[in-house]
Design a protein around this ligand. Structure first.
Ligand code: ATP
Ligand code: MG
Length: 330
């Protein structure tokens, strides 16, 4: 079941506020791989939206369907209020494809101009727009060099610039920071914020979660072709917050069992309170002191996007200390 705790109730949004409204999107590749098994997704206008998932989850497949690089097997949907694949709609969309390959013999500037031509950007607007974009992605100095001489990160910067040349309302970026260095990643995050401030919707496919965490408004988590969770990050994270109360000394079997019966996680030297309410921690501290052990640390732990992701896709069950009923054997 999809975990959906988003504060924004998409059902009450009028259609025009959704730039993407997808119902039951399916894709079975020739050979039988079911890459998407019926994906429903609603993306409000003007947000930074992250589609997160492990390798092979179906992220690129979804973006390829929306940008008509491949055909879907089933499902319906609209993009910018128009049916998926509508030519007019596609002119208002930008794309940085996964593993983007641009002709090696073109300069960075020419690649952006090339996309401008494909996207039918008015001739008079191209030069100024390309100048702005080169500035935005930090490629002014290298603009006259050929793509074949660029590093991976430089190619990616040009890729992002060409995705913006038609002044798109939605930009799809499939693994945009692949090969980009730390300074470039920081620049990227700033650029995403600027694009959002301009009213654009940014749809980012990634498995590098830490990249997205500071900037993303909503996320969908996908694995095995199915959505596992969707919503506002803070809401999705709720329930993952906990307090850890560390202590020095040994608990008797009876006291440890009592904590476990009250739903606490009992680990060696630590009680885990599955709540973000500090009030719920106080009886634990009292109980530990009454049991004659010394409380050495109380720490609030916030579930990171990474923890959430791991929990939802069940890649690893090893997230945080599992509640261990029974005796502290420290
Ligand atoms: N052209 C294709 N033919 C057959 N199967 C494919 C094709 N493209 C993708 N697949 C399969 O579809 C599934 C989803 O692939 P997809 O590329 O959408 O995943 P992804 O989430 O983008 O992964 P990554 O993070 O590695 O980019 C995978 O099992 C993949 O092997
Ligand atoms: Mg992919």
């Amino acid at each position: 079941m999809v975990k959906n705790l988003g504060a924004l109730d998409v059902d009450v949004l009028v259609m025009s506020d959704l730039v993407l409204d997808l119902r039951g999107i399916r894709k079975t590749y020739r050979g039988g791989v079911e890459a998407l098994k019926g994906v429903d997704l609603q993306v409000p206008r003007g947000c930074i939206y992250g589609l997160l998932g492990p390798n092979g989850a179906g992220k690129s497949t979804l973006v390829k369907i929306l940008t008509t690089l491949i055909r879907r097997t089933g499902g319906e949907g609209t993009m910018l209020g128009l049916p998926i694949g509508d030519r007019e709609g596609l002119k208002r969309v930008g794309l940085l494809p996964e593993h983007a390959r641009f002709p090696d013999y073109l300069t960075g500037r020419q690649v952006i101009e090339f996309t401008a031509g494909l996207q039918e950007v008015p001739k008079g607007a191209v030069s100024g727009r390309v100048d702005d974009l080169l500035e935005k992605v930090g490629m002014v100095e290298a603009q006259g060099r050929k793509m074949k001489g660029y590093s991976k990160g430089m190619k990616q910067r040009i890729g992002i610039a060409q995705a913006l040349v038609n002044d798109p309302e939605i930009v799809f970026l499939d693994e945009p920071t692949d090969g980009v260095d730390p300074a470039g990643r920081r620049d990227f995050r700033e650029l995403m914020k600027d694009l959002k401030a301009e009213g654009r919707t940014i749809f980012i496919n990634t498995h590098i979660l830490s990249e997205l965490e500071p900037i993303v408004d909503r996320v969908a988590i996908i694995a095995g072709g199915e959505l596992k969770g969707e919503g506002v990050l803070d809401d999705l994270r709720q329930g993952g917050d906990e307090y850890r109360v560390e202590f020095v000394g040994d608990l008797s079997e009876e006291v440890a069992r009592k904590f476990a019966e009250e739903g606490m996680g009992v680990a060696p030297g630590m009680i885990v309170v599955g709540s973000s309410q500090v009030e719920e921690v106080q009886p634990v501290i009292d109980g530990l002191r009454a049991a004659g052990v010394m409380v050495s640390k109380v720490e609030q732990r916030r579930e990171s996007l990474e923890d959430l992701f791991m929990n939802l896709v069940e890649v690893s069950p090893n997230v945080g200390p599992p509640p261990m009923p029974g005796v502290n054997v420290a």
